[in-house]
Design a protein around this ligand. Structure first.
Ligand SMILES: Nc1ncnc2c1ncn2[C@@H]1O[C@H](COP(=O)(O)OP(=O)(O)OP(=O)(O)O)[C@@H](O)[C@H]1O
Length: 281
């Protein structure tokens, strides 16, 4: 590992002592990213706290997926630095990174002729080596992942035959078989009905609470983001415009300025509920 350590990033929340660099799962330091002449990420500095659920929100095309992929090394940044657990991202091998984090893209490639069990076994790839027999550990990890995601009964079923909700749980099972400390998901509730959206959120919450899994995701549904996130980052036109708890971040004026909608925000027992009334005039 490289000896370069992550810098101290003065952000409002960190200044308040709410979390520190020591607990940063990922730290983004003055990151810029361009695709050809198009600058998509503009001077982003952010710390994703370990052991928490962090969500990135923002309008279509503002750069959320691009930032997410940059944070896990799938997009090459033009300027700035990214640190994973205080070590430069560049000091990780693909394998060591895959043992630390699992990534679920927005639309994962769908293997046509694989069963659920075979797919979940793919999550064990980072642990395989020719000199090691990991069969027993692999089986335990796969069984546990299937059990946690309530997909054991689907073991023998082919992936294309699953419903949207089942498929999403199976992808999460594959990610869990990877035994990551950090799970990164790009819009995990897309295409799911409201019941299955909550089911996925409850699963992530349970994993966070019982296994200490750090979760970083992109969500469009503001009520889910508000209800399930400890920490929220808001993007607009390639910039991270604000970060904080749902109560701090999700306000009527923010929804007006960022999404151009009129809303009412209600807080009940410290939970934030968003009611969208319509477009701004
Ligand atoms: N590989 C690429 N090459 C060129 N432009 C890209 C590439 N990937 C993303 N972009 C552009 O970068 C901008 C941000 O895209 P990104 O997917 O990060 O937005 P997003 O906030 O995740 O959007 P959405 O909410 O619609 O998924 C868009 O204008 C997109 O066209």
């Amino acid at each position: 590992m490289d000896t370069v350590k992550a810098p101290t990033i003065p952000q409002t929340k960190q200044d308040k002592g709410e979390y520190t660099n020591n607990t940063a799962a990922i730290l983004v330091d003055h990151v810029f990213l361009s695709f050809g002449p198009k600058q998509v990420l503009k001077d982003i500095t952010w710390s994703v706290p370990s052991g928490q659920i962090t969500t990135l929100i923002g309008p279509n095309g503002c750069g959320k997926s691009t930032l997410l992929k940059a944070m896990i090394g799938h997009n090459t940044i033009s300027e700035g630095s990214i640190y994973i657990q205080n070590e430069p991202l560049s000091s990780y091998t693909n394998k060591s990174l895959a043992q630390y984090m699992a990534f679920l893209p927005q639309v994962p490639d769908m293997p046509r002729d694989m069963t659920v069990e075979e797919l979940v076994y793919c999550g064990r790839f980072p642990y395989q080596a020719w000199w090691k027999n990991t069969a027993q550990e692999d089986r335990l990890a796969v069984d546990e992942a299937l059990e946690i995601t309530k997909t054991s009964h689907l073991r023998e079923q082919l992936i294309p035959s699953l419903s949207g909700g089942e498929r999403q749980r199976v992808w999460i099972a594959m990610a869990l078989a990877q035994q990551p400390q950090l799970l990164v998901l790009d819009e995990p509730t897309t295409y799911l009905d409201i019941n299955h959206q909550f089911e996925i959120m409850e699963l992530l919450k349970r994993l966070n609470e019982t296994k200490g899994l750090t979760v970083l995701m992109v969500l469009h549904e503001l009520n889910l983001a508000a209800q399930y996130s400890h920490h929220i980052g808001v993007m607009q036109e390639g910039r991270l415009v604000t970060t904080g708890s749902a109560q701090e971040v999700i306000t009527e004026s923010l929804l007006h300025d960022i999404f151009y909608v009129r809303s009412t925000i209600e807080t009940v027992d410290e939970h934030v509920y968003v009611k969208i009334k319509g477009l701004c005039d």
